[in-house]
Design a protein around this ligand. Structure first.
Ligand code: MG
Length: 239
């Protein structure tokens, strides 16, 4: 399988700083292993920025021996956040989401995930959310007490229930097998709070290149108000 990717990140129209982080930072293509990830930091002025940056850097760092799986990488990111927090009192309570995919040449996609950033699979014209949101409203949606549109409007939609920066963190693992023609999206909540599932699906369907898809999503979030930082990675799988 060959993977072609594009990433895009934007501060939005309201926030003063961009506390999201993304990997890879540049567009490209490979027929080897690809690691793609989005982290959305939180915790006040500078701390949220530190949390997402140190978590992502630690999680994607090359390892001398066997490749750790994505859940192990997320746990490494968690340790890095805890260490950075212990070094500076002003960082107390900081945290970050992290959604990390390892795309293997044989089409396997392994995912490690914590928080309310998301991974979606776009296959045969249909968008499916791969990860569960670790958020107050995400739990209500899974329990059938709220629909996704109500969740987007909910006053407590920004409460994240599981983040890196937590001792003994529980990490979700998901495994998929990709088909030629699949498109995968990893994104921060700056996109999904602004653009409905149908809106995201339409942009992925209407764009040919991964670059047009990635920037089309960011522009849609900003057209809808851009109240948060928006970050996306789009990966196309082709035989
Ligand atoms: Mg956000």
């Amino acid at each position: 399988m060959k993977y072609t990717w594009s990433s895009a990140t934007h501060v939005g129209l309201v926030r003063e700083s961009n506390q999201d982080c993304v990997a890879p930072e540049h567009d490209g293509a490979t027929d080897e292993i690809l690691i793609a990830a989005v982290a959305d930091g939180m915790g006040g002025a500078a701390a949220g920025d530190v949390a997402s940056r140190v978590a992502l850097a630690a999680a994607i760092a090359p390892t001398p021996e066997e490749q750790p799986d994505p859940a192990a990488r997320v746990r490494t990111g968690n340790e890095a956040v805890l260490k950075a927090e212990a070094e500076d009192r002003t960082r107390r309570g900081m945290g970050t989401t992290l959604t990390l995919g390892m795309f293997h040449p044989d089409g396997h996609l392994d995912v490690g995930h914590v928080g309310d950033s998301r991974m979606y699979l776009f296959r045969d014209g249909t968008l499916t959310q791969v990860t569960d949101d670790h958020s107050f409203v995400g739990e209500l949606v899974r329990a059938g007490k709220l629909n996704p549109t109500e969740a987007m409007q909910h006053p407590r939609r920004n409460i994240v229930t599981r983040v890196l920066g937590t001792p003994g963190l529980q990490v979700d693992s998901v495994e998929l097998h990709l088909h030629s023609g699949d498109r995968v999206l990893i994104c921060s909540d700056g996109l999904t709070d602004m653009v409905t599932r149908g809106g995201i699906e339409a942009i992925l369907a209407d764009t040919t290149t991964v670059t047009d898809a990635a920037w089309g999503l960011v522009e849609a979030a900003n057209r809808a108000g851009g109240v948060d930082n928006t970050t996306v990675v789009v990966v196309d799988a082709d035989q």
